[in-house]
Design a protein around this ligand. Structure first.
Ligand code: GAL
Length: 353
């Protein structure tokens, strides 16, 4: 078990001390324990091409805040993969009196500037999904474990032999480095040979397709044993590249996020696996934490991650065999959404209908 796994706090409960701590300073947004006080929570997400953010994170977070706090309002801001835009969004949220920032940074390093600026106005920052040094809290999954799961799955699917391509996430995303570390940890000692590796700016599915197609000038796509793709968006681009090259027997491709399109590819044999991260747990924990901080209440039950009080959740591997027991059982995707006419046969095979 690695260090991160040992500190996994899946079951850690967020306990809020009843005695509210006055947290007002230069910024008036932070609460003083008065239950009628109007409070604004800013939710800053990094991009829209990955479907999780606007389909799951945003609505789940907003619903939980509404549930917990009548007087709280969520201001939602999406940076469209632009770190400078995110910086401006954060500054305007602070200026407009946000009591707390829930920040999923486009660029983890650049976001330390946002953290400093927020803290100098007494606005606490929750690093959401991606780590930011100096943040007040961090909530995410065990991201190195995500990479290990992906690497091990690819070894299993390929029999652990042959040449593969490796597509990692954005170099500015701290998670991408953790996924990559976990995946290399599994793959490097195996019989799989990484013949080309790419750190994909912006996690772009289009870039993933272009990179993969360009490799077909050097390697016969029919000879590749598999492809490590760090998330489902990229897996979609990789699959499209194989199709465009006329390959009918596409080799195993990994993914992450359990996107609807990826689940459909998995049940129809076009993608080998994905990693399901129960975003409900992550978004709701972040909402509980944000409301507590906005009201100036104390938080406990955290674990340490690189010096930041954290909640670290467990990722779940998904292949055709356990789609029903994971994403469907959890209500992450409804059978009717997966099993459109095109996937009717695949759904029967996967035990979904
Ligand atoms: C990661 C995140 C993944 C995926 C990716 C692309 O940081 O953990 O779930 O969405 O970014 O945005």
């Amino acid at each position: 078990m690695n260090t991160i796994s040992r500190v996994v706090a899946t079951t850690a409960t967020l306990t809020l001390a009843l005695g509210a701590v006055a947290a007002c300073g230069a910024n008036d947004g932070a609460g003083d324990g008065d239950s009628d006080e109007a409070l604004t929570i800013a939710l800053l997400l990094p991009e829209t091409k990955t479907t999780r953010y606007e389909t799951h994170d945003k609505p789940l977070f907003e619903a939980k805040v509404k549930d917990l706090c009548d007087t709280c309002t969520v201001t939602y801001l999406n940076a469209d993969q632009d770190a400078a835009k995110q910086q401006q969004q954060a500054e305007s949220a602070i200026t407009n009196g946000a009591a707390v920032l829930v920040l999923d940074p486009v660029d983890g390093k650049a976001a330390t500037t946002i953290v400093k600026s927020a803290q100098s106005s007494d606005v606490p920052v929750i690093a959401y999904d991606r780590f930011i040094e100096g943040a007040d809290y961090y909530i995410s999954f065990d991201n190195e474990r995500v990479g290990t799961i992906q690497g091990e799955s690819l070894i299993e699917a390929t029999g652990g032999e042959g040449e593969i391509l490796m597509l990692n996430g954005s170099p500015t995303d701290p998670n991408a480095a953790q996924f990559k570390k976990g995946a290399h940890g599994a793959i490097d000692g195996s019989g799989l040979e990484i013949v080309a590796e790419y750190d994909n700016p912006d996690w772009s599915p289009d870039n993933a397709q272009k990179f993969t197609s360009s490799q077909f000038n050097k390697f016969d796509p029919e000879d590749l044993a598999g492809v490590y793709a760090a998330n489902d968006g990229q897996a979609g681009g990789v699959f499209a590249a194989f199709k465009a090259a006329g390959v009918t027997d596409v080799p195993p491709i990994t993914g992450q996020d359990a996107e609807l399109a990826a689940i459909q590819r998995i049940i129809s044999g076009q993608q080998y696996m994905t990693v399901y991260k129960p975003i409900k747990d992550e978004a709701e924990k972040a909402a509980e934490l944000a409301v507590a901080l906005a009201k100036g209440e104390e938080v406990s039950g955290t674990t340490d991650f690189d010096g930041v009080a954290s909640f670290i959740l467990d990722p779940v591997p998904v292949t055709k065999d356990n789609v029903a027991d994971t994403v469907v059982a959890d209500g992450f995707h409804a059978v009717e959404d997966i099993c459109t006419d095109e996937y009717a046969d695949a759904c029967r095979d996967a035990g979904l209908s």
